[in-house]
Design a protein around this ligand. Structure first.
Ligand SMILES: [Cu+2]
Length: 209
């Protein structure tokens, strides 16, 4: 005899198992980004847009600092809907702006931490500058997916995501054709590796040359 308090019909158990595995089974997609010579590319943004409709993460926040008259980090990748704060860690004042269509804004001459973050609600690339210091430069790539990463010095990045059909995309600020995002359709069934080759133009970063 079953103890009625612990009896769960088999059909319900099966349904629970499917639901559970469908939600928790994350695969690793290891992506290596190289240039035309096979050299690793650092600071490339890689992301996977699911074909199926998906809920975007909410209440995401990020920081881009100004320190030593530089933006830190140089490249940010955030999901659409992210609020970014621009704390000024320098003693000089900065005037942060962007003319990019994905987000046109300015934070007029300020010190310390601005009271309000800036909402990035459109996918695309935002180029940041400072009105006072011409050499200050940074990039924000806003993506329409929760699955994104940035390559390390070895050109490697890993996406953790469920099985499914995706558009694998890659972007770098020095792409030979500006903002021409690399794209490849992939049906992901198991953990996998992918190689992405990007053609870059020379791009001396101010302050780094
Ligand atoms: Cu500045």
């Amino acid at each position: 005899m079953h103890d009625s308090r612990h009896f769960i019909p088999r059909s319900v158990l099966l349904w629970m198992l499917l639901l559970f595995s469908g939600q928790s089974l994350a695969l690793d997609w290891s992506i290596k980004v190289t240039d035309d010579n096979g050299s690793p590319i650092e600071n490339a943004v890689v992301y996977a847009e699911p074909k199926a409709k998906i809920d975007m993460p909410t209440n995401v926040a990020a920081n881009i600092e100004q320190k030593g008259r530089k933006f830190l980090p140089l490249v940010s990748v955030v999901p659409r809907g992210t609020n970014i704060t621009f704390p000024n860690r320098d003693t000089v004042r900065h005037h942060v702006y962007s003319f990019s269509p994905a987000k046109t804004f300015e934070l007029k001459l300020y010190s310390g931490v601005p009271a309000n973050p800036v909402l990035f609600d459109k996918a695309g690339t935002v180029v940041l500058g400072c009105n006072i210091h011409d050499s200050m430069l940074a990039f924000i790539h806003i993506v329409d997916t929760p699955y994104f990463a940035k390559t390390d010095a070895s050109g490697n990045a890993t996406l953790s995501l469920p099985a499914g059909d995706y558009a694998l995309k890659a972007w770098h600020y020095a792409l030979i054709t500006e903002n021409q995002v690399y794209e490849k359709a992939v049906s992901l069934k198991d953990s996998a590796k992918a190689n992405v080759q990007l053609s870059l133009r020379p791009f001396p970063l101010p302050g780094n040359n």
